[in-house]
Design a protein around this ligand. Structure first.
Ligand code: F6P
Length: 543
């Protein structure tokens, strides 16, 4: 139930959004020559440019009013104080402890989360040192050259995305392979060419009960045992989990289990022991810089005024687009191949966190929540779905992500990427009228009838919103800071929408049904389902 002040704040946003000019962006630049400076906010070299949105000074005031009356400031304090912001599981969301600075104290409930996290970090550092240094070797005495990481969802998307991003630029200390899907062909693909004697297998699962991960871990175990014998399991396996009983039952030695706490959510866990694969593949220094970057964003989010706070601004812009303008999708375009899995990572981060239909108290939310998140690295997207974003009837806001300096030696290629990113945002903003399009075609010598026919097809509506996120280097520090920016954006939006961003009950139902159907597919008896499901089971059933 909304309090009268919160309802009034939402009503004000709706009222501004109902104005005929609510979607227009270009007139805002004419009205205020200082708009660009006013709508850009920076944390050191990380800059958020919100000028190409239809957020007018009045809209901005209304959004900050919503932040104020919903108690965003208190929420931020409660989050960092380790309060049970995850109210359906009665837990803190204290992933920030794993990237805290020395001496900093963050609590999760009654536990000193930073003391725990530092102890874990030191164990991880020593393990990485011993693997890289060859003190810890495979069962035949050969050093490990490959790490095979098995996990799914938050136990895969973050670690694999970051590992790829860091090793692409800096080279790899160890080869990393990632197995997430429970599909025999995925196992074949990910182990192709690997020597079991030189492979360290990490089983990453917060719960250690996830069906796909358990199945893949057992296949990997067999792969190791077949090649090296049962006694090799101890040397070749390590686990990253909160479920120490289950890791023991699987046969993973206690000293090879890197436990963490339930106050780290799966999709927020890459900073915790779940990120061990990142450190093994990219090196400890890179992992450390990644954590430092995320920590810089934590401090900024915790301390900066709401008006200059990057995660808050990014979240409020999203609220304007979703709740004001009715946008149902959000596009993410990293103009950097190292972040090619970043949109997939954000899909889980945003949609699993904020794809909720009831409030924290269990009432239906009275408004839209998380939009569909999708994206691709630029410029690939330009040659596929950008057509729709430029000319389709639905307005889809875009986040452009771009570093100033290339991490590769190809400065020319990076300039091309930058030019394309800037051009896309300009095209979305400025558009092109049918008359302009027709004039251009006439000037190029086209037949007038043909030019008139083509003009509406070659016109662009313009006034399409985008946000530009730039930084100097997209190095480990920059990537850590970027991920934490979106993590906190998600938390802010969840707060504004009145939902719990830190649980994920929506994924449970299908998991339970799948367990039953699995038994039915391999057994004779088919239980009571709807007719369509029963027919499918009968069709796909082993006879
Ligand atoms: O099914 C969704 C989910 O629970 C995610 O929240 C989580 O990241 C993923 O499964 C993997 O879970 P676990 O790390 O416990 O194996």
């Amino acid at each position: 139930m909304l309090t009268p002040t919160v309802k009034a704040a939402w009503d004000r946003i709706a009222e501004l959004a109902a104005r005929p000019d609510a979607r227009l962006i270009n007139p805002l630049f004419h009205a205020d020559p200082q708009r660009v400076e006013k709508m850009c906010v920076a944390l050191d070299d990380l800059k958020l440019d919100l000028s190409k949105t239809s957020i007018s000074p009045e809209v901005r005031a209304a959004l900050f009013d919503l932040a104020r009356v919903t108690g965003l400031d208190d929420f931020r304090k409660r989050l960092f104080a380790g309060g049970a912001v995850n109210n359906t599981e009665n837990r803190a969301a204290m992933h920030m402890a794993h990237r805290a600075a020395p001496g900093e104290v963050l609590m999760a409930g009654d536990e000193d989360a930073t003391a725990f996290a530092w102890e874990r970090r030191e164990r991880m550092r020593r393990f990485v040192r011993d693997i890289h240094g060859g003190t810890l070797r495979g069962s035949t005495g050969l050093p490990f050259t490959t790490v095979l990481s098995i996990g799914i969802g938050g136990s895969d998307l973050g670690p694999s995305m970051v590992t790829e991003a860091l090793t692409m630029a800096e080279g790899e200390r160890m080869q990393a392979r990632f197995l997430s899907n429970v599909d025999g062909t995925a196992f074949v693909r990910e182990t192709r060419g690997l020597d079991p004697a030189r492979t360290l297998v990490l089983v990453a699962s917060k719960s250690f009960t996830t069906q796909e991960t358990a199945a893949n871990a057992h296949v990997a175990r067999k792969w190791i045992v077949d090649a090296l014998g049962e006694e090799a399991v101890g040397a070749h396996f390590a686990a990253l989990s909160t479920n120490l009983n289950a890791t023991g039952e699987f046969g993973i030695l206690q000293e090879r289990v890197f436990g963490f706490r339930p106050w780290v959510g799966g999709r927020f866990s890459l900073w915790s022991p779940v990120g061990l694969v990142i450190a093994l593949a990219a090196g400890w220094e890179q992992f450390d810089r990644l954590l430092a970057g995320a920590h810089a964003m934590d401090r900024h989010f915790a301390e900066a005024d709401l008006e200059r706070n990057l995660p808050v601004l990014l979240a409020l812009a999203g609220v304007w687009h979703v709740n004001g303008l009715g946008c149902t999708a959000q596009c993410i375009l990293p103009y950097d191949d190292r972040l090619r899995r970043f949109p997939a990572f954000l899909q889980q981060l945003e949609m699993e966190s904020n794809g909720k239909g009831v409030t924290r108290e269990g009432y239906p939310v009275g408004h839209a929540t998380c939009p569909v998140i999708f994206g691709e690295p630029g410029t690939n997207a330009q040659h596929s779905f950008m057509q729709m974003i430029h000319q389709g009837p639905a307005v889809i806001p875009v986040d452009f992500i771009l570093a100033h300096f290339a991490m590769s030696h190809r400065a020319d290629a990076h300039r091309m990427l930058s030019a394309n990113a800037i051009a896309q945002a300009e095209a979305l903003l400025c558009g092109k009228t049918a008359i302009q399009a027709e004039m251009e075609m006439l000037q190029s010598g086209m037949d007038p009838a043909q030019a008139a026919f083509l003009a509406p097809h070659r016109a662009f509506p313009g006034d399409r919103p985008s946000i530009f996120i730039t930084m100097e280097h997209l190095d480990a520090f920059g990537i850590g800071r970027l991920i934490a920016l979106y993590e906190h954006k998600v938390a802010v939006q969840g707060h504004l929408w009145g939902i719990n961003s830190f649980d994920q009950w929506g994924v449970e139902f299908g998991k339970v049904l799948a367990d039953g159907i699995l038994a039915e597919l391999s057994g004779a008896r088919i239980y009571d389902h709807d007719p369509s499901t029963s027919a499918l089971i009968a069709h796909l059933h082993d006879v």
